[in-house]
Design a protein around this ligand. Structure first.
Ligand SMILES: C[S@@+](CC[C@H](N)C(=O)[O-])C[C@H]1O[C@@H](n2cnc3c(N)ncnc32)[C@H](O)[C@@H]1O
Length: 299
C-alpha cells in the first residue's frame, strides 16, 4: 500500500470497497492503531502537513504495516476525487482546528458541504467520529448534520486518561474537558451540488510559429477562465530560448500551483506545463496553458 500515495497519478476513484479514513492524522498515532486493530481493512489518512506525512511514512515502513495508505491533500478533495460512494466504514476526525470565529465556519471540516460529501462516501450504518475539546465545534457539527438530515448522533463527554493522539495528550494535560461526537449515516441527506473537476488523460502543448513571447506583461495578471475558475500569474523567469511563468489555478476552490514553460525549438515556441511541475490533469489546466499561450504572444 502506498504511503504517501500520489493522487495526481492514480486511477480514480480508488478501487477500495471497505475503508477506514482519518482526516488530519498529525503524527499518525491513531491511524497506526486502527490499521493494526483492523488488518483486513485499508486505513487511509489525509493530512495537509508534509512533516506529518514524512513521520507516518517512516513509522509505517519500520513497523512493516501493510494496510495503511496516506495522501497529502485536503481531505475534502481527497474524498471527492479518490473514494467510491458507499465505501467507508468509519471516518475519524481527532481534534480538528475549530476555526473559532463565526465567519470562518465554512472552513470547518464538518461544514454542511463536507458532511454531505462524507455521507455520500460512508456506507449505510457507517459512522463519523469527531473528538474535540471545543464544545461549540461539536454543537456546530450537530446543527449542520441536523440541517442536512440522514444522520443520527450521540454526543458524550470522554473519560479517558490514555491519550490517543498528540493533541489529546495536550488537552488532557491542561485538564480540559474532551467530547466525542458520533454521527451515524441512517439515510439520505438533502442534496448539495458538488464541484466538478474534470480530469483529462493527456495535456496538449500549444505551438506558436514565428512570434516572440512577452511573458513580462503577464506578471500579476488574473484571468477568469469560466464561472468559478480563476488563473493568476506571478513572476516570469526569462532566458533566450526558454521562459517560465508561475501560475495558480483555482477550480471551484481546488487550487494548484505550477509553472508553465515556453520553450523555443527553431522558429517554434512550445507552451506546456513545466516538466518540473506535476499537476492533476484537468480540463482547466489545459485551458490555463491555452490562455497563457494566447496572452503571451498577443502583439
Ligand atoms: C489540531 S491538529 C490534530 C492532529 C491529530 N489528529 C491529533 O489529534 O494530534 C489538526 C491536523 O489536521 C490537519 N488538517 C487540517 N485540515 C485538514 C484537511 N482539510 N485535510 C487534511 N488534514 C487537515 C492539520 O494539518 C493538522 O495536522
Amino acid at each position: 500500500m502506498l504511503c504517501p500515495l500520489n493522487y495526481k497519478r492514480v486511477e480514480k476513484p480508488l478501487p477500495w470497497d471497505e475503508v477506514l479514513v482519518e482526516i488530519g492524522f498529525g503524527r499518525g498515532d491513531f491511524l497506526l492503531r486502527i490499521a493494526n486493530d483492523n488488518p483486513d481493512v485499508i486505513a487511509l489518512g489525509f493530512e495537509l502537513s508534509g512533516i506529518g506525512i514524512e513521520k507516518l511514512q517512516k513509522r509505517v515502513k519500520s513497523a512493516g504495516i501493510k494496510n495503511i495508505s496516506c495522501v497529502r491533500l485536503d481531505a475534502y478533495w481527497g474524498f471527492h476525487l479518490l473514494l467510491k460512494d458507499n465505501s467507508i466504514r468509519s471516518i475519524y476526525i481527532n481534534y480538528p482546528d475549530p476555526w473559532f470565529k463565526r465567519r470562518d465556519t465554512k472552513r470547518r471540516v464538518t461544514s454542511r458541504e463536507k458532511l454531505f460529501l462524507f455521507s455520500k462516501k460512508l456506507k449505510k450504518g457507517g459512522s463519523l467520529y469527531v473528538r474535540t475539546d471545543h464544545l461549540p465545534f461539536a454543537e456546530f457539527t450537530i446543527e449542520e448534520a441536523t440541517w442536512l438530515g440522514g444522520f443520527e448522533y450521540e454526543l458524550r463527554e470522554l473519560e479517558t486518561s490514555e491519550p490517543l493522539t498528540k493533541y489529546e495528550a495536550k488537552w488532557l494535560s491542561q485538564g480540559r474537558k474532551l467530547y466525542q461526537l458520533t454521527l451515524v449515516k441512517v439515510g439520505e441527506t438533502k442534496l448539495i451540488e458538488l464541484p466538478k473537476l474534470k480530469e483529462v488523460k493527456e495535456l496538449f502543448p500549444v505551438r506558436i510559429e514565428g512570434k516572440e513571447p512577452h511573458t513580462e506583461s503577464l506578471e500579476g495578471k488574473e484571468f477568469k477562465l469560466e464561472e468559478g475558475v480563476y488563473l493568476r500569474l506571478f513572476r516570469a523567469y526569462r532566458r533566450p530560448d526558454s521562459e517560465l511563468i508561475e501560475a495558480l489555478l483555482s477550480e471551484e476552490g481546488f487550487t494548484q500551483r505550477f509553472f508553465i514553460e515556453l520553450r523555443k525549438k527553431g522558429r517554434t515556441w512550445i507552451v506546456d506545463i513545466s516538466p518540473h511541475s506535476e499537476v492533476l490533469r484537468t480540463e482547466n489546466i489545459q485551458k490555463a496553458v491555452n490562455r497563457v499561450a494566447e496572452a503571451a504572444f498577443r502583439p
